[in-house]
Design a protein around this ligand. Structure first.
Ligand code: ATP
Length: 138
């Protein structure tokens, strides 16, 4: 029985991560799911949130927005629309995006504008949470 699995995260323009991990948790559209070594084959669409993985007993965090995760053969492939390791997240930019999204929500003229602003707010809050969790993990 394998004690680790390979996690690969790619976006349309780059490879974000390729790493052996002990565990990972990811933001599926129907809720968070966890994967341990020797997991059964599995496919899930991804929402907006934070993927975290354990390596050497330490937790690491990656912001994910949309895409798919495929589990099989002790490998997890994440094809994300957008992904950033915590270290890559620009906290000031995320805070500004949060304020802008709140202002857009407050003056949205229709449901489409409100939904777009809400999605932007969700991305900003998740990026801030990713940075925070990573800093707390040390
Ligand atoms: P913003 O309003 O700041 O552009 P956004 O949520 O609209 O944020 P996305 O559409 O999710 O941005 O991403 C567009 C590109 O910008 C992606 O390549 C993404 O990795 C990058 N990006 C967005 N926000 C940040 C951030 N705070 N730190 C690092 N990269 C970011």
């Amino acid at each position: 029985m394998a004690s680790k699995l390979l996690l690969e995260i790619v976006t349309p323009d780059r490879k974000v991560l390729s790493q052996e991990v002990e565990y990972l948790g990811a933001p599926g559209i129907e809720g968070e799911f966890g994967v341990l070594p020797n997991h059964i084959p599995f496919l899930s669409a991804l929402g907006v949130g934070n993927l975290h993985y354990k390596d050497g007993g330490r937790n690491h965090y990656v912001f994910i927005s949309g895409g798919f995760a495929e589990v099989g053969n002790n490998k997890v492939t994440v094809l994300a629309e957008v992904a950033e390791k915590a270290v890559e997240i620009d906290l000031d930019r995320a805070r500004k995006a949060e304020e802008k999204a709140k202002a857009r929500m407050a003056k949205a003229k229709d449901r489409i504008e409100a939904a777009r602003a809400q999605a932007a707010l969700q991305r900003a809050i998740a990026r801030i949470g990713c940075k925070d969790a990573s800093q707390k993990a040390g």
